[in-house]
Design a protein around this ligand. Structure first.
Ligand SMILES: [Cu+2]
Length: 451
């Protein structure tokens, strides 16, 4: 097979095309990137207002306890008992991507960035500078109360998450405890409410959550969902005259499928990726520190890719630019020198709605070790139902008909796999199964259908 490497190392000063992204800690952004991102956020609120649209959607589908309306889908807290509806990490990943695309439509040189909440906890952190995230508080009426209702997470709480090998268990612990919850309650104002996506800091927080998932997936390689579509990204939702595509959460468990990479501590590794120009006519990967490209990073014939750094780009074995592709690697000094003008930061307060701007009742961060359901199937069922738990447990399983009558009750001892057999005699229709542990705590209450 003949391969021709076309590599140009250029010095250049001005760009106008569009980007994919290398995301990083905001502390690794250049001044150019910081100002450009703030400008883009202000620009977005001039309409169509994606901040408000994402926030209102997020609040409308925030969470419905299955006792309120078991048929209604929602974004949060589906684990442990509704694993078949779980979408928390994937939905927020796609939400970050939607915001990043909107930002890049304004300025293709910039990406979203993250706030490492485990080591950046000072009230006077550069994060909250008037020139960075600070000005939004008054201009958009966010009513932050930094540090009031903390705490932020510790590094060891993140390590604990990396140590969990089961995906649903990881996701559940992540969502309910400090690593996710901390930034919401610590920031205050809109952030602990279902309208949290109104605050730009929400995106810095959820990009950090996405980075943690990205790292977890690099370790465990087993993120997987039961459902195959997601609210908003189900092929029917229209924003600004465009129907958003259907997204199977299993298709985005690797950020590369969205053209997204993460850099940290001065190094970004681009690998196992085929440039497709799916979202952008030219894919730009920008990171001001060292970029290493290789290990199956492929630019096929007809594809168009640019890699930019301020310091160093290293092409490693496994980097392929095919004949007929276009590839430019450039060391760009302009971005460090030119700070774009601050755009006018117009006041643009949200309508403050007491009903929605009420803090969520966040799950207590109790370190209990209650067993959780990691799978229950099939649903619909014909003759048996299997329920898998993350650990051995003593529990009681009951099957009810829709009138509340007990059809079956069975105790299980020291097992992590519960099989309820011989259900073929039941007439077709709806039933409810419950699993209650030895302390009387409900582990599962779920509506099932008999075929
Ligand atoms: Cu959320």
């Amino acid at each position: 097979m003949k391969q021709i490497y076309r590599i140009l190392i250029l010095l250049c000063f001005a760009h106008s095309l569009s980007a994919q992204s290398i995301r990083k800690n905001y502390q690794e952004m250049t001044n150019y990137e910081k100002t450009a991102l703030v400008n883009a956020f202000y620009e977005l609120r001039n309409g169509p207002d994606l901040f408000n649209d994402l926030a209102v959607f997020h609040s409308q589908y925030f969470n419905f306890d299955n006792t309120i309306d078991p048929t209604r889908l929602d974004l949060h807290f589906n684990l442990p008992d509704e694993a078949e509806r779980e979408i928390f990490l994937a939905w927020h990943r796609r939400q970050m991507f939607e915001m990043e695309q909107a930002v890049q439509n304004i300025n293709p040189k910039i990406s979203l960035a993250f706030w490492n909440t485990t080591n950046d906890q000072a009230l006077n952190s550069a994060l909250w500078d008037e020139n960075f995230m600070g000005s939004f508080n008054t201009n958009w009426d966010l009513r932050r109360r930094l540090g009031h209702d903390g705490p932020l997470p510790t590094p060891s709480e993140v390590s604990v998450l990396y140590g969990i090998s089961n995906f649903f268990q990881f996701s559940n612990e992540f969502e309910r405890r400090n690593v996710h919850r901390g930034a919401h309650v610590w920031t205050g104002g809109a952030m602990p409410t279902p309208l949290s996506p109104r605050d730009p800091i929400f995106y810095f927080h959820h990009v950090y959550a996405d980075f943690i998932w990205y790292n977890w997936e690099e370790i465990h390689h087993n993120s997987a969902y039961i459902t195959t579509s997601m609210l908003r990204y189900d092929g029917t939702y229209v924003f600004n005259g465009q129907t958003l595509p259907l997204v199977n959460p299993n298709d985005i468990t690797d950020t590369r499928s969205l053209g997204v990479f993460y850099g940290s501590d001065g190094l970004a590794k681009l690998n196992n990726y085929i440039v497709s120009n799916t979202y952008r006519p030219e894919e730009i990967f920008y990171y001001q520190y060292r970029i290493e490209v290789g290990n199956n990073f492929i630019i096929p014939e007809g594809a168009n890719c640019r890699i930019e750094s301020v310091n160093e780009i290293k092409l490693l074995p496994g980097f392929v630019a095919d004949s007929g592709s276009k590839f430019v690697a450039s060391i760009d000094v302009a971005t460090t020198q030119q700070r774009p003008q601050n755009k006018v930061r117009a006041k643009n307060p949200y309508n403050y709605d007491e009903n929605i701007n009420t803090a969520i009742i966040w799950e207590e961060d109790n370190k209990d070790d209650t067993p959780i359901i990691i799978d229950s199937y099939p649903n619909p069922f014909s003759d048996k139902i299997t329920i898998k738990l993350n650990k051995n447990t003593n529990c009681t399983v009951a099957v009810y008909n829709m009138m509340g009558g007990v059809i079956r009750e069975e105790a299980f001892h020291n097992t992590n796999t519960i099989i309820i057999n011989k259900l073929y005699g039941l007439s077709p229709g709806f039933y409810v199964i419950s699993v209650v542990d030895a302390d009387g705590k409900i582990l599962l209450a779920k509506r099932v259908i008999k075929m």
